[in-house]
Design a protein around this ligand. Structure first.
Ligand SMILES: [Zn+2]
Length: 219
């Protein structure tokens, strides 16, 4: 008997219970990006039926209409004592260079059978703040979270930088923080590696915009 794939999902996070069931949080079909390259972490959950022998599952990621695919993980399964069905969950990290339709493909090294989980990577419009919104924030700035700090590691040398994004762009950043560079490229002062920040800055601006919705409703 050959093993076969059941269903699969991608989600924000997942955790295996002691019973073997998997708790999943935040199933999604779309990854939003405000700039490329953009790096995302997420979780993949899928089921396999009728495992009777040792086998290897290959997990790869592929952009639709592009021939090449990239192996992002392999799972070695040892021979079970009796036939089993099993849920797998693994964490995935990937850097996307462009928007489009992608799919995660699970396949067996030794057998036929595959499972495709399609998802979309979508480039979003840059979040901007109107003069009216800025005026409203100035009025309520004492109680309104109008700026967000984020610490970013240089992936080359681990130097940590703290960037600040604020709805009030004319204000100096608070202690030790630096503004995001206009073109989204920051050069590490220690190793001269280029850190791409456009996507991260866009995500922060988007969440500030969400905060604004609440402020607007209340005032
Ligand atoms: Zn560095």
């Amino acid at each position: 008997m050959k093993p076969r794939f059941g269903a699969g999902q991608i989600c924000d996070s997942s955790k295996t219970q002691s019973s073997g069931k998997v708790d999943i949080v935040g199933i999604f079909t779309r990854i939003n990006s405000w700039g490329f390259p953009c790096t995302r972490n997420w979780s993949l959950v899928f089921s396999v039926f009728d495992i009777t022998d040792s086998t290897t599952i290959i997990i790869s990621l592929k952009k639709r209409r592009v021939k090449s695919q990239k192996t992002i993980a392999t799972i070695d399964i040892s021979k079970p004592e009796k036939k089993i069905d099993k849920l797998f969950n693994i964490n995935i990290m990937h850097t996307f260079d462009s928007e489009g339709m992608y799919e995660i493909i699970c396949s067996f090294k030794e057998h036929n059978g595959r499972l495709s989980i399609p998802f979309k990577v979508q480039f979003l419009e840059w979040p901007t703040f109107t003069n009216k919104e800025i005026k409203l924030v100035e009025k309520y700035k004492k109680s309104f979270p109008y700026k967000i700090n984020v610490s970013i590691n240089c992936e080359n040398c681990s130097h940590i930088y703290i960037f600040e994004e604020s709805i009030l762009a004319d204000e100096e950043p608070s202690g030790g923080a630096i503004r995001f560079p206009d073109d989204g490229h920051f050069t590490c002062s220690d190793c001269e590696n280029t850190i791409n920040l456009k996507d991260i800055q866009g995500r922060i601006r988007s969440s500030l915009k969400e905060n604004l919705k609440i402020l607007k409703k209340e005032n």
